[in-house]
Design a protein around this ligand. Structure first.
Ligand code: GLY
Ligand code: MN
Ligand code: MN
Length: 473
């Protein structure tokens, strides 16, 4: 059984006597007949290995002859001359292991046969087939009301079950991830050697990405962030157009995808090869937080433990640097560190850079298990323009605040937060000028294996002396 068949068999346990309808990704038009680069939807690829758009997989494990049906674009000489090879219905069976395959335009007709007699449909609402699936189920209603037939009465999102499968990587899956990490390390090394004052950010990007391609990665796992100087304080900066100045730090968050698995690496380094004293001081704090958090990674540790550790060490460092007005307890309970470290310490990593899987299971933080992979990426970002910060002296529960944002909507929740802080005392704290505009993140990829937590990107220089040596080489 190939890995895709194995995954379908795993999902079949959830599907039971229901039917799962899993659509492929869709091409997005850029203009006229030009499309944005297409990359298959991860869940669809996970189950099928099929990389073409305009396809639908129907999994019906209890069906006697068609437990696995693929609907695909049919062979079409003219369209293939213009746009490339298609596997067609024949290839869907012979190469991709479908029990049956039909042209995608037959979906409405053929899908009905699977839905009649089925109570539960696994389909993620909000996808491209909403009107097809919902319309079809509605159309079947007379079969139930007049003739007593079974038709779908429950629509269940398959994504959580798929996420549980994707969260625990097999050895073969970890091998893809490992390769993506190795290639990404090589690209980062090339970028650190190449970057120099005067270069444009996108030129550094090109030096890195050309190594990704040369080393066998067909595309990036996500758009590269090459952020110099104050741009490093913008978390998702992707413009990459600035000219690098002498004395700048360069933050690169970029990674290659290999075998549909993505790495996710960040390094921050001095463009001219030598950290200034304030840059190095901030760097040391981020690195200490990252190392402490990685040292916690073990089977049985929770996702939350990893973050709490990074947060604690980072906050102590911020206090030592003079960036926070209070001691450790208040800085944590009032979440003052969030002025500089406003994101989590990591996320699951796999087929998608922010990979499938919840970090919380019920009321508890997810416990790390063998096969899980994730990033550890603390950072400090100091606003280039702010000379002072007003820190509200209010203790609050950060998780409760965020949960409220999702419940109420961000605008309403922010209004309420402002209201709650209205009468609170605050401290105005001056940000030492030498730190303004410094943005530093350090990000590595960890896999939980039978022999413990492994840093898959640990080969890339991270100690500040090693980073300088690499930049100067
Ligand atoms: N590259 C996206 C992230 O670090 O989360
Ligand atoms: Mn990243
Ligand atoms: Mn990340």
């Amino acid at each position: 059984m190939d890995q895709f068949a194995h995954r379908r068999a795993q999902l079949a346990e959830t599907i039971g006597d229901g039917v799962a309808i899993i659509p492929a990704g869709r091409e997005a038009t850029r203009n006229d007949d030009v499309h944005y680069e297409f990359r298959q939807d991860s869940n669809f690829y996970f189950l099928t290995g099929f990389t073409e758009p305009d396809a639908v997989a129907v999994l019906h494990p209890s069906h006697p002859t068609e437990p696995y049906t693929l609907f695909v674009r049919p062979r079409d000489r003219e369209m293939e001359i213009w746009n490339g090879y298609r596997a067609g219905t024949e290839g869907a069976v012979t190469t991709f292991g479908a029990d049956q395959a039909y042209p995608i335009n037959d979906l409405s007709d053929k899908l009905k046969d699977h839905l009649i007699g089925t109570e539960t449909v696994f389909y993620r609402i909000g996808g491209p087939l909403d009107s097809t699936v919902l319309g079809m189920i509605q159309g079947l209603e007379p079969l139930a009301t007049r003739y007593g037939k079974t038709i779908p009465t429950r629509i269940v999102d398959p994504a959580p079950a798929l996420a549980e499968l994707r969260l625990r990587k097999s050895d073969a899956e970890l091998e893809h991830l490992r390769r993506a990490c190795d290639v990404s390390v090589l690209g980062h090394q090339a970028a650190m050697r190449f970057a120099t004052p005067g270069a444009l950010e996108y030129q550094v990007q090109s030096a890195m990405e050309s190594v990704f391609r040369q080393e066998g990665s067909p595309r990036n796992g996500y758009p590269s962030i090459v952020a110099s100087g104050p741009n490093a304080t913008i978390l998702h900066y992707t413009e990459n157009r600035r000219q690098i100045q002498d004395g700048d730090l360069v933050l690169i968050d970029a990674a290659a995808e290999c075998g549909y698995f993505s790495s996710d690496i960040t390094r921050t380094f001095p463009a001219n090869g030598t950290f200034t004293a304030p840059q190095r001081a901030v760097y040391e704090v981020v690195l200490a937080a990252q190392r402490a958090s990685i040292a916690r990674a073990a089977v049985g540790t929770t996702h939350r433990d990893m973050h709490e550790t990074a947060k604690q060490v980072l906050t102590e460092g911020l206090i030592d640097l003079g960036l926070l007005p209070n001691g450790i307890e208040e800085s944590l309970s009032m979440h003052h560190y969030r002025e500089y470290f406003m994101h989590g310490t990591g996320h699951w990593l796999g087929m998608d850079v922010h990979d499938a899987g919840s970090v919380q299971v019920g009321d508890d933080s997810r416990v790390l298990e063998v096969g899980m992979s994730f990033t550890v990426e603390p950072g400090i970002y100091i606003d280039p323009d702010r000379e002072t910060v007003d820190f509200a002296l209010v203790e609050y529960d950060l998780d409760a605040r965020y949960e409220r944002r999702y419940r109420m909507g961000r605008d309403a929740a922010l209004k309420l937060e402002a209201e709650e802080n209205k009468d609170a005392r605050s401290i105005t704290h001056e940000i030492p000028a030498e730190f303004r505009g410094i943005g530093i993140r350090i990000e590595d990829d960890i896999a939980m294996t039978h022999s413990g937590a492994v840093n898959l990107t640990g080969a890339l220089a991270v100690d500040p002396d090693d980073v300088e040596a690499l930049c100067q080489s």
